[in-house]
Design a protein around this ligand. Sequence first.
Ligand SMILES: Cc1cc2nc3c(=O)[nH]c(=O)nc-3n(C[C@H](O)[C@H](O)[C@H](O)COP(=O)(O)OP(=O)(O)OC[C@H]3O[C@@H](n4cnc5c(N)ncnc54)[C@H](O)[C@@H]3O)c2cc1C
Length: 373
Amino acid sequence: MSLPRVLIVGAGPGGIAAAHRLRECGDGQVEIELVTRGGTATHLAGSVPVAIGAAEAENLSCAVALPGVRCTAGEVSVVDGGGAVIDGRRVDADAVIASPGLVPDVDVVPDWSRACTGWDLDAAVAAAPRLEAVPGGTLAVVVCGLPYRCPPAPYGLAMALARTHRASGRFTKVCVVTPEAFPLMGVGGEAPAFLMDSCAGAKVEIERKFDVDLGASEDGVLRAVDGRALEYELAFVIPPHCRSAMLADLDAVGPLVKVDARGHSSVAGVFVIGDAAATGLPRAADVAATGGRNAADAVLADFGIEPPKPAAAPQPSCYINHGGGSMSRIRISYPNGLPPDGEASVEIDAPTPDLGYAAEGERRRFLESVGGT
Ligand SMILES: Cc1cc2nc3c(=O)[nH]c(=O)nc-3n(C[C@H](O)[C@H](O)[C@H](O)COP(=O)(O)OP(=O)(O)OC[C@H]3O[C@@H](n4cnc5c(N)ncnc54)[C@H](O)[C@@H]3O)c2cc1C
């Protein structure tokens, strides 16, 4: 008799954690396949160090090779209750766990000569020499819409750039443009005040409630829907994020797919986890990884292999660059349950070089979990 098949889509923290859990707890009773674009995994958090010239892109990605898991390279166009379409070919599965992340919608940003557009490793590689070369004037880090991946990261990028430019004698005005009334309002606790104070200390300005109107903006001038204008020398534009096309047929709120606490979507047998899932939690690695483990447990319970387990709560932590190798960290936990019933508890570790080493440890552990270096 053939084993039940689980198809995992994506080799981010969500897909990788789901694969490990299925292998550990499924005990040879399920067949596991993980398919991902190019057969590789990338540690996205390293994109900010790459953009500021403090890290090399080649140290952030590796081939996916997990024992006991069939790992394949492919482009998934559809997931449904019976499997997926990979490179135009139908592949059957008894359950699908999809963790394709969010898609920075670069196509909606005009092709301005004074803008670098994107929010991933490739965008960081392309932007690094241009961010370094800005001669002065205003350098804007522009958040075009919510939600986006890793809410504190644009502020870290701006603080690191401000310090680098000042160290080289340039009076570049660095600012973060955001539609939020305060940075990290969705995280709450001390996080907004901490980021406002940190940015002020690094001489980074924050243009708040600046809802960018891309249609009315032009090369060198950003305009908000309320009519405000901001002239810039160079803009690093973080585009609005949209849903992966493979999830188009699932119930969603904006770019996020509606799911329950274990990742079940509106289609039986299809689980959606990580950045793509509407959970009320931040777009962060441990949210994706915990979602992957919860979905794997639910799949094993649905197959009758393991008894149902309560869904675990994540403990995400985001590292924030402050320039000069110094980093702070925002740690979030949910001691009284997940939102909307429970409130997040937010702890902040002040910037130190030691946290730079801790962030490096996260990179190494992720790539080791993927089967790389
Ligand atoms: C600049 C930046 C800094 C960040 N810093 C932090 C941080 O300090 N701390 C933190 O916790 N989080 C951070 N994050 C957020 C974190 O990286 C994400 O929350 C996490 O990676 C989400 O995991 P995921 O599994 O949902 O998706 P992803 O990591 O986005 O992985 C998606 C996977 O799916 C694959 N895929 C996508 N579409 C297809 C397709 N059609 N076919 C096949 N494969 C496909 C991709 O190739 C990839 O392997 C940062 C993100 C960014 C962009």
